[in-house]
Design a protein around this ligand. Structure first.
Ligand SMILES: Cc1cc2nc3c(=O)[nH]c(=O)nc-3n(C[C@H](O)[C@H](O)[C@H](O)COP(=O)(O)O)c2cc1C
Length: 340
């Protein structure tokens, strides 16, 4: 039996297979961050295609926390209705859903807001120099993550993912390359992780104990003085102690760096985290073939496999993957006559 099509459980999240749709910004909301037909059709199509878990794109917990002004938002109650539509549609077509709660920090390109960051360092010359966050700003953003989680719950998502990767705000605190603070939020790894830990605690105040919380991290920053896998393992251990239920392993985008990208280029990081910490790991990065996804699960290099761009090209990838791995899976009855 193909293990890719075996069930997996994280708390009360019951996945019918190990295939995860990676969070991917669609740049398609209205200027106020509301979801629309694009999101409903885009996500529902992947649910119909047989994906076990759909992680909805980075969704701003503050207006100034969006990367662009067309990103989804979750900073006010008017966002709940559209997000609920996404979660309901996906569930009705057999997928479980998570939503990625994010804050862009210094990488926001919205021109009407002032970007914020742990330290006043721009990403590069084309970005604005962010305002260094005060303790008050830190409290405000932590509370915004908590309020975002409350709205995610009201919208009916099965899980939330805290976006701690790709050089956005949480990652800016974690990385010694962008965090030069002299207070308790900077310096040693415990201090740099303090902002993340306080966010996890705040989210847990409103997020039910039986529902999963994921954390996405850039496991490798590909730059001297930045995080490498050993540092990331330390962060995962700190987060796991706070009750994070799974880690979604990505890499890069903290500073400009040369990355040697090839099929499966991030899997070794996922594997090392899995060896070091006893929580489920979501592995991926340039996976396109069913055999490769199956190999990752069979060899215990990840518990779940994420696919991003392949699912943009091919929303029904799981149907083809089942065929290629010799697995009989249930088709939407409307498509029964199209079985491979
Ligand atoms: C269009 C697009 C948008 C993305 N947006 C996000 C995002 O919102 N959050 C995130 O964590 N990663 C984002 N990513 C990264 C993907 O989640 C994924 O890690 C990356 O594409 C590598 O996987 P792949 O090779 O299977 O595409 C995005 C990638 C793409 C292509």
């Amino acid at each position: 039996m193909a293990k890719l099509f075996s069930e997996f459980k994280i708390k009360n999240l019951k996945l019918k297979n190990r295939i995860v749709m990676a969070p991917m910004c669609m740049n398609s909301s209205d200027e106020e961050g509301h979801a629309n037909n694009w999101h409903f059709i885009h996500y529902a199509a992947r649910a119909i295609g047989g994906i076990g878990l759909i992680i909805v794109e980075a969704t701003g917990v503050e207006d100034r926390g969006r990367i662009s002004s067309r990103d989804l938002g979750i900073w006010k109650d008017s966002h709940i209705e559209g997000l609920k539509e996404i979660a309901d549609l996906c569930r009705s077509y057999g997928a479980q859903t998570a939503i990625q709660l994010g804050h862009a920090g210094r990488k926001s390109i919205i021109d009407y807001i002032e970007p914020i960051a742990p330290s006043s360092l721009a990403f590069d010359e084309s970005y604005r120099v962010p305002k260094e966050m005060t303790k008050e700003d830190i409290k405000t953003v932590i509370n915004a993550f908590k309020e975002g989680a409350r709205r995610a719950l009201e919208a009916g998502f099965d899980a939330v993912e805290i976006h701690g990767a790709h050089g956005y705000l949480i990652n800016e605190f974690l990385s010694p390359l962008c965090n030069k603070r002299k207070d308790e939020y900077g310096g040693c790894i415990e201090n740099r992780a303090r902002f993340l830990i306080e966010i996890i605690r705040a989210v847990k105040e409103v997020w039910p104990e039986d529902k999963a919380i994921f954390l996405r991290l850039s496991a490798e920053e590909y730059a001297e003085g930045g995080h490498h896998i050993e540092d990331t393992i330390e962060v995962v251990k700190l987060a796991a102690k706070e009750g994070i239920d799974a880690v979604n392993v990505s890499s890069g985008a903290v500073v400009h760096a040369k990355i040697n990208v090839f099929s499966g280029y991030q899997i070794s990081y996922a594997e090392k985290i899995k060896e070091a910490v006893d929580i489920p790991v979501i592995a991926g990065g340039l996976i396109s073939s069913p055999e490769m996804a199956e190999e990752i699960i069979q060899n215990n290099r990840g518990d779940l496999v994420f696919l991003g761009r392949q699912l943009l090209r091919e929303p029904y990838w799981p149907l083809r993957a089942a065929k290629e791995l010799g697995e009989e899976i249930e088709y939407p009855h409307q498509y029964d006559r199209a079985k491979y």
